[in-house]
Design a protein around this ligand. Structure first.
Ligand code: TZP
Ligand code: MG
Length: 212
């Protein structure tokens, strides 16, 4: 596992079983890794902890095989039980400070979604390893979003923090390079890979756009 200070990833797949539209999420994840996805988050909003944990264990068998970090969305119990490489939380979930106090794993990544510019100055940001710029563009995949940051928003956040920035929200092949040029370190996608006919090809094409 990587040290916390080191977050070299550029293509982040956020996956759920529901977002794979009937296909097996494990197959989609493996194809995505083969295409160039270098970090994966399992984001299951509808599963209870024990079912979420079982789904995560199956995915971890694959991410371990390719030495890819597996991040868990929101559920610290699942993240700690696996154990995952880290956890990603929003600003209405368990806080990064609480995660740090309950999860004694110095190597674990903590990702924190930024919806409001004021969050950059708070202590939650200070203890996080990377920030989710959420969303960059409005997306049908997640409807309850607040700020649509746009490319200008990424550039603004970039000027205010040296934290690694993971941009998410309606990122596709056509806009991925612009998102990186605006100041993001990494792009995160759901539908561009999970909704693609060929997830491996989709990941490969995205990776080519974001490679520096
Ligand atoms: N957080 C902010 S936007 C989003 C999440 C989980 C969904 C991104 O999905 P897509 O399909 O890549 O737009
Ligand atoms: Mg959340």
């Amino acid at each position: 596992m990587k040290t916390r200070a080191y977050f070299p990833y550029q293509l982040y797949l956020v996956i759920s079983q529901a977002d794979c539209s009937g296909r097996n999420y494990l197959e989609v994840a493996e194809q995505a890794i083969l295409g160039g996805v270098d970090i994966i988050q399992l984001r299951e909003k509808l599963l209870g902890t024990s079912v979420f944990l079982e789904a995560a264990k199956r995915l971890k068998d694959i991410t371990d095989k390719y030495n890819i970090p597996l991040i868990i969305n929101d559920n610290l119990q699942v993240a700690m039980s696996l154990p995952a490489a880290g956890i990603h939380v929003g600003n209405s979930d368990i806080s990064p400070v609480q995660v740090r106090s309950q999860w004694d794993a110095s190597q674990a990544y903590v990702g924190y979604s930024i919806k409001y510019i004021d969050q950059l100055a708070d202590k939650q940001t200070a203890v996080s390893d990377y920030l989710g710029v959420s969303p960059v563009f409005r997306t049908a995949t997640k409807s309850d979003t607040v700020t649509e940051w746009g490319l200008d928003g990424i550039a603004r956040i970039r000027q205010l923090t040296s934290k690694k920035l993971v941009a998410i929200g309606n990122i596709h092949k056509s806009n991925a390079k612009a998102v990186i040029s605006a100041g993001a370190d990494c792009i995160a996608v759901v539908s561009a890979v999970c909704g693609a006919i060929d997830p491996q090809k989709a990941a490969y094409e995205l990776k080519n756009e974001v490679l520096k």
